[in-house]
Design a binder for this molecule. Sequence first.
Ligand code: FAD
Ligand code: NAI
Length: 466
Amino acid sequence: MATYDLVVIGTGPGGYVCAVRASQLGMKVAVVEKNATLGGTCLNVGCMPSKALLHASEMFEEAGHSFAKMGVSVSAPKLDLPSMMNFKQQGIDGNVKGVEFLMKKNKIDVLKGTGKILGTGKVEVSADGKSQVVETKSIVIATGSDIARLKGIEIDETRIVSSTGALSLDKVPGKLLIVGAGVIGLELGSVWHRLGAEVVVVEFLDRILPGMDGEIAKQFQRILEKQGFAFKLGAKVTGVDTSGKTLKATIEPAAGGAAETLEADVVLVCIGRVPYTDGLGLKEAGIALDNRGRVQIDPHFATSVKGVYAIGDVVAGPMLAHKAEDEGVAVAEIIAGQAGHVNYDVIPGVVYTTPEVSSVGKTEEELKQAGVAYTVGKFPFTANGRSKVNQTTDGFVKILADAKTDRVLGVHIIGREAGEMIHEAAVLMEFGGSAEDLARTCHAHPTRSEAIKEAALAVGKRAIHM
Ligand code: FAD
Ligand code: NAI
């Protein structure tokens, strides 16, 4: 029987990063993966394919709409969807191969099959009707998440799709109806809208992107509407009639009232994700779940069974790849006897649309609710030189600082490249920095990041270019 120091179940960004860190710390490690390829949701049907399509569709959109004003004259771009899908697949393959390489480089055994926990120190790995049991000192559950489903609406991944089907449509839908104005709806809605689909988004709440700063979300909604998105807020889809050539979705106001019918070629259901624990044998092994079906852990990622830990989407917290990765590193260090730690107050979030939306720390709504006295500094990209010359002036930077200490509590950006820009705020916040620290840090000119410095100056009411 093979014996290990650590067996990690699942090779998404949580699992494979945990395995690499554990190997660096001298452990003998194996990963178990039931999927044909390594990398989990993120590499195969999540972050990476969606970003490939966002990039390609943005280029298509730019070539069609932005080149001419810069004096770049090209004929109207033609969409070759199979080639775009091939571009996406090449990106997936490249990244999956990268993870395979990392497993080899770090001498990590890859056990293909479904992992089941038989109790402390024992994992059964089953594939193709055969199974083996491996012994290990520690086990990390990193089995991720699955799509949340809508009662009565069956996802066939052709006409009624989840994000997975929406990443592989074989033609641009004439009308795309999206259920849920969260991250997936707005990112994948952007992809298909740029490629020619008419997009309607139905959202249960009275706002888009719940959890993001409200002022940013409002401006984002206006920008998306200008691009051609239609939103039906405070509404829910209660059924989809699939009998005809086009789908007929029934939409009801969330608060109750008369229903209406919307026709669509494709319906994308993206109303969140749920933890994935099927086949792990958690109940038999006595591993407790919380009231939302997530594996319950203590502050050191330990489950209710000795020697078994859990990280990533399968536990509480934001369902983000970088959160899973950081937890993977932390739990490997804890198992090795070190003080692994994740600072949940400084986990950036990015929506990779045009413009991008990024955020780290508290929103204004959260500070209000917690009764924290704060000051706000804002700076629009219309007043940022680089944005002006590039004629990409949508959006603004918003900094929230403690009214007494000036410590930065939250930074929210809507604008081109906001996803890259947020990290200086994250580093500042990790060091407990103030708006004054940020304002006095020299920023290269001309960059979009100067808008962050100006927003920090605006906290003290002394922005220069406004
Ligand atoms: P996963 O990546 O879900 O990996 C879990 C792995 O465990 C899978 O490979 C699965 O096959 C395997 N597994 C499950 N059960 C077993 C078992 N019993 N035995 C063996 N193997 C098993 N996050 C971001 O931060 N940025 C983004 O841009 C982003 N974009 C996204 C776009 C889409 C369309 C989606 C759906 C998600 C996106 N996410 C993004 C979220 C991100 O993908 C997840 O947060 C991340 O993948 C979670 O990592 P994980 O390691 O916890 O689990
Ligand atoms: P989400 O939680 O971001 O958004 C779901 C939306 O659906 C919410 O606005 C919610 O109010 C709404 N909703 C729920 N039930 C509904 C109903 N019955 N009718 C209408 N609306 C309803 O979830 P999403 O977009 O599915 O993404 C899943 C996860 O994947 C997210 O938690 C996110 O963290 C992760 N992700 C991250 C990305 C990134 O970091 N760029 C990109 C894509 C996904």
